[in-house]
Design a protein around this ligand. Structure first.
Ligand SMILES: [Zn+2]
Length: 311
């Protein structure tokens, strides 16, 4: 009932407005260190709600209609960042069940068995047999899950805007100082990315090393952006047309120089992480996105509608 009313409101207010949802992981089971990542059960109701009350489109179709002012009401695209293996093993079967198109943006430097630095930091804080961590000169006591989450987030925040080499050195050092062995990779290999593409999921580029592009030279940015495109094109044997800026905050994580490089690298679209909707007037190289985080279907639906209509 509430959904039908919200759907009607959306229909009246949302023509030629595109919502693009951002996901990262879809967890097979709940993970106490990642309470905000949806589990398979949560992602299932998200996708069912999109099928029942929205108009899910592939990014290519959405761009086509955006260009022609012919976007249907309640238009929505589903995207995933980074290239987690559970996009293939957990999310894809649910997307197929509800016939929802999606795009997955891959940071190609992690496709050969390594993990992203943030996942490596979270893993340090997550092993329950470890009651404390040595982080350079500091000893950090680890308590319950909440305490571990808070301390992991503090550590992530400290490292995030360090130059990439220093950031990775710090994580390597923390592993050595605590004698921790790396966890198996959470990311897809090239053959798993290919399999995902064969299931009809669009693949986009997301740089090689997932750096903060804004702090890099134009030469370095060019290398990160165009090499990830070419790598994916050689793995999949087809053109890669879509890009997602790592971390994705305009003027924080990338700037106009980056947008120009993305344009010169022949991408047709690029997505940011700043919240909002895209209209025919929005730059194709700065499409807005949105993270659905509500815990109940009615609130999720309402929030999506709010995003679309700007209410
Ligand atoms: Zn990312």
């Amino acid at each position: 009932m509430i959904h039908s009313a919200l759907q009607l409101a959306g229909k009246l207010l949302s023509r030629n407005k595109l919502s693009i949802l951002i996901y990262h992981q879809v967890l097979a089971e709940p993970d106490p260190m990642r309470p905000s990542e949806p589990t398979a059960a949560v992602f299932d109701w998200h996708m069912r709600l999109l099928r029942d009350y929205f108009a899910p489109l592939s990014l290519d179709d959405a761009l086509y209609h955006l260009q022609r002012n012919s976007l249907p009401a309640n238009a929505v695209c589903v995207t995933f960042d980074d290239g987690y293996l559970n996009n293939l093993t957990v999310a894809q079967p649910i997307l197929a069940k509800y016939s929802i198109p999606a795009t997955v943006y891959i940071a190609t430097g992690f496709s050969h068995g390594s993990n992203m630095w943030n996942d490596r930091v979270i893993f340090l804080f997550s092993a329950t047999e470890r009651k404390q961590l040595q982080l350079d000169d500091e000893i950090v006591q680890l308590g319950d899950w909440r305490d571990r989450r808070i301390k992991a987030q503090e550590c992530l925040k400290k490292l995030k805007y360090l130059p990439i080499a220093q950031r990775l050195e710090a994580v390597d050092r923390f592993y050595q100082q605590n004698n921790v062995t790396e966890q198996p990779s959470l990311m897809m290999s090239p053959s798993q990315i290919k399999l995902l593409a064969e299931h009809g999921i669009a693949i986009g580029a997301h740089t090689i090393n997932h750096p903060i592009l804004k702090v890099m030279s134009e030469e370095q940015q060019k290398q990160e952006i165009s090499s990830s495109k070419h790598q994916l094109e050689s793995w999949l044997e087809k053109p890669i047309n879509h890009f997602a800026y790592p971390n994705g905050g305009e003027n924080v994580d990338f700037d106009e120089r980056t947008v120009e490089i993305v344009k010169q690298s022949n991408f047709k679209s690029a997505v940011v992480t700043d919240w909002g909707i895209s209209t025919p007037a929005t730059s194709r190289l700065k499409l807005k996105r949105f993270t659905p985080w509500d815990k109940t279907p009615a609130r999720f639906h309402f929030r999506l509608l709010k995003n679309i209509t700007g209410l």
